[in-house]
Design a protein around this ligand. Structure first.
Ligand code: CP3
Length: 342
């Protein structure tokens, strides 16, 4: 597929590019007034996400409004547990809540997995196909899923948490059951992502949002092998691993077949470069809070960050953009990248 602007895919493959590409995690959503207007037509977030035409419209809004170099399909990582049979609610201004949680092997045995689970996610595949129509060859589209550990954390904990101590406890008390659940999530995620590729996703990003909650040893045992399985099963497209807080796991991530490694803002670029593979491209890692600064300061700090990465770099934030971020700050960030000269 040829795109009018394929900077993002060329950079992800490790090619030399004229300037680094830029997109923002969570670029689709509440920062845009046009998203909030569209979303008001739906009773809740889940109803919105399950309407492919609406999701596709939200996917394309930041492309039209901000001129980013990649789109990311509008969905959520929690659609996977739901497809496996564990329902969740998205509580306005609070976050996700699972009325029932996974406590033991018996609960795990009842979950659907693989293709049988992923077929319930046809609406996301349809949203990808619809998004491709609306993007109309302008830029590539990113598909995504949560990493097995992060999905596990929600399924066992039942919501966000300051400590994730319920989920982490299971790794000590019931390690075999934990592995069984991680494997079911992995098998489902692979089937789901295969469908995303078939629908037109050009690159896949895996969000391991709670990676930083594990010890280095636990990350090696309960996260890395499943991330490896996912990457090995999907050779057709380039892949990004974003493991938030996992500065301690960069060497391990550097050995996995992910072309791009996403970084949060706690990690100095040189520190990541020393530890990841020489073939790998780094993505990140502007502090999302820096977008509340003045446009001049954003511009200066963005250019400084690009200099520090020194190539093989996709510009992004170190985590998702906060919903109340001023659009002028986001624009200053994107424009600073586009006007960057070496
Ligand atoms: O633009 C994009 O990046 C695509 C959309 C996207 C959403 N969620 C939409 C969303 C993506 C990529 C996600 C991923 C996601 N969801 C992650 C991984 C990234 C990260 O932030 O670490 C996680 C952990 C979740 C789980 C989740 N979904 C939480 C904790 C919440 C509530 C907190 C919040 O941000 O409100 C959500 C809800 C959610 N997902 C919203 C959006 C736009 C807000 C709900 C709404 O608009 O009504």
């Amino acid at each position: 597929m040829n795109y009018q602007n394929d900077l993002f895919l060329r950079a992800a493959r490790g090619e030399q590019v004229e300037r680094p590409p830029v997109w923002l995690m969570r670029q689709a959503g509440r920062i845009l007034p046009q998203y909030r207007a569209l979303r008001a037509n739906f009773p809740d977030f889940k109803a919105f996400v399950k309407t492919p035409k609406a999701a596709a419209t939200a996917t394309v809004q930041p492309v039209d409004e901000l001129g980013v170099d990649a789109a990311i399909v509008f969905s959520d990582i929690l659609v996977v547990p739901e497809a496996m049979g564990l329902d969740y609610e998205m509580i306005e201004a609070k976050g996700p809540k699972f009325p029932k949680v996974i406590e033991n092997q018996g609960d795990i045995d009842q979950l659907l997995e693989g293709v049988a689970a992923a077929t319930h996610l046809e609406y996301v595949w349809d949203a990808i196909a619809e998004s491709k129509k609306l993007i109309d060859g302008r830029i590539p589209l990113i598909g995504f899923a949560g990493a097995p550990w992060t999905i596990f954390a929600y399924m066992v904990e039942g919501s966000g948490s300051k400590t994730f101590s319920v989920a982490r406890r299971m790794l000590y008390q019931q390690p075999e059951a934990a592995h069984a659940l991680l494997q079911k999530i992995t098998t489902t995620t692979i089937a789901y992502l295969k469908g995303q590729i078939a629908a037109g996703a050009d690159l896949l990003q895996i969000f391991d949002s709670w990676a930083g909650e594990l010890t280095p040893e636990q990350y090696r045992i309960f996260a890395i092998p499943y991330l490896q399985q996912i990457a090995d099963a999907l050779p057709e497209v380039p892949k990004t691993i974003f493991a938030k807080g996992a500065w301690f796991a960069l060497e391990d991530l550097g050995e996995l077949p992910y072309q791009v490694v996403g970084l949060d803002w706690n990690i100095p670029p040189a520190f990541a470069r020393e530890r990841t593979g020489s073939h790998q491209v780094l993505q990140g890692n502007f502090d999302p809070c820096n977008l509340y600064a003045s446009p001049a300061e954003i511009r200066h700090n963005t250019h400084e960050m690009i200099r520090q990465f020194g190539g093989k770099h996709i510009v992004n934030l170190g985590h998702g953009v906060y919903p109340d971020t001023p659009l002028d700050g986001v624009r200053a960030f994107v424009d600073a990248v586009k006007t960057y000269h070496k």
